[in-house]
Design a protein around this ligand. Structure first.
Ligand code: NAD
Length: 390
């Protein structure tokens, strides 16, 4: 059938199989090229990699970088929906099929496990797969982003994207019509803050490491990395100081806890750049910030997407004997986004944006291109009028 994008706000309910394939293929091409540039003998310790949250955004790019830049065997965990009747599968489902195909063609071991990573059952399934096929893994990437989680005791939690303490009024982009509006975000309740920490904090990451350690499937000196974001002061009330920021502080606290508990492995938090993903599009004010930031970083030739960031993470940070970190022990891949010349320019533009000039001052097209490309649309060379097997 012919598959068209059906989007509303930050959600697109269809995905294009061929477009998703091309999207993954393009990232693979970039990662392979990077692998030729960097020396493969540097990749000891990145040979058997488990990626939790491996089907879209940063997790998918991590898996591609591990496999195609570092030639690692990978196990990926994701929660994606297959096609049913006339309903397409999710983009992450198609991405995973594409990854598996491309990895197999390259002679790389790949196993994808589709199910709830928060559950005990999926942890067991992954451990059994590691024991059977790889023996142990030497790296664990934790890249989950989810609106809800059911903890092992059966209690379900929901995350909220809200401020803490005070309401916050900001410029925001109405994603239905590109209008610049003023949005006020209300503060979260105690329960919402706790829920967000339960879902997006480090508790499940620690449970994964405990389970992998207990089963003795982690190599000595294994690395584990979880992802975080800080961003500029502009988005502090909604991000860094908001509910999601509280969860990210918990992730950092968890890294320290894992390091204390297991001295033979090393846990890091990597602070990544803001990029368009299914998760970031859902955060109020972030799409408008992304549109300005894309414009400025593209003009300054500093722009990166997920794959560029993840190749840089593996090749310039994780391969080092001593991983470079900031004063709080965090890897900083947001270093270019946070450059004063980038942030000063963003602030100048931010103050001036209105509905009338948004297309001129911001890279709105770049935002929407990235948005639709996540679902396999707007990919150059794909015939969107053609029938496709979903
Ligand atoms: P994303 O929405 O693109 O990916 C989320 C992944 O998690 C998908 O693979 C999805 O299948 C998987 N997932 C969700 N729930 C699951 C479950 N219950 N079981 C198994 N898999 C599940 O998200 P993203 O933006 O790439 O975010 C990944 C991490 O990077 C998050 O920690 C996020 O905070 C962080 N980060 C994102 C940005 C950004 O701008 N997007 C910036 C810095 C850091």
């Amino acid at each position: 059938m012919v598959v068209e994008p059906k989007s509303k706000g930050f959600i697109c309910t269809t995905a294009h199989p061929t477009g998703c394939y091309r999207n993954v293929e393009e990232q693979v091409r970039y990662a392979k090229k990077a692998g030729e540039k960097y020396k493969c003998n540097r990749h000891k310790g990145i040979q058997k990699v488990l990626v939790i949250g491996a089907s879209t955004g940063y997790g998918l790019a991590s898996r591609i970088a591990a496999a195609f830049t570092c030639k690692a065997a990978t196990i990926g965990v994701m929660f994606e929906r297959p096609a049913a009747g006339k309903r397409t599968a999710t983009a992450g489902y198609y991405n995973t099929l594409a990854f598996d195909k491309l990895a197999e063609e390259e002679g790389l071991y790949t196993k994808s496990i589709n199910g709830d990573a928060f559950s005990v059952e999926i942890k067991e399934e992954v451990i059994n797969a590691i024991k059977k096929d790889l023996g142990k893994v030497d790296m664990v990437i934790y890249s989950l982003a989810s609106p809800r989680r059911t903890a092992p005791d059966g209690v379900s939690y929901t995350s909220a994207l809200k401020t803490v303490d005070e309401p916050f009024t900001t410029k925001s982009l109405n994603l239905n019509n590109n209008e610049v509006v003023t949005a006020t975000l209300e503060p979260a309740t105690e329960e919402e803050i706790e829920g967000t920490i339960k879902v997006m904090g480090g508790e499940d990451w620690e449970l994964w490491i405990d389970a992998l350690k207990e089963a003795d499937v982690l190599e000595e000196n294994a690395l584990t990395v979880a992802y975080s974001y800080i961003g500029p002061k502009l988005t502090y009330p909604i991000y860094y100081s908001g509910t999601i920021g509280q969860a990210k502080k918990h992730v950092l606290h968890t890294a320290n806890k894992i390091n204390e508990k297991y001295p033979d492995i090393k846990a890091y938090v990597s602070v990544n750049k803001a990029v368009v993903t299914q998760s970031s599009s859902a955060i109020p004010a972030v799409p408008l910030y992304l549109s300005v930031m894309y414009k400025v970083m593209k003009e300054q030739k500093l722009h990166e997407g997920c794959i560029e960031q993840m190749v840089r993470l593996f090749e310039e940070k994780l391969v080092n004997e001593k991983v470079p970190v900031d004063e709080e022990g965090r890897i900083r891949l947001d270093d270019w986004e946070m450059k004063p010349e980038v942030q000063n320019e963003i602030m100048k533009i931010w103050d001036k944006i209105t509905t009338e000039n948004v297309e001129e001052l911001c890279d709105i097209e770049g935002y929407w291109d990235d948005f639709f490309q996540m679902f396999g649309f707007r990919i150059p060379g794909v015939d969107y009028g053609a029938d496709v097997e979903i």
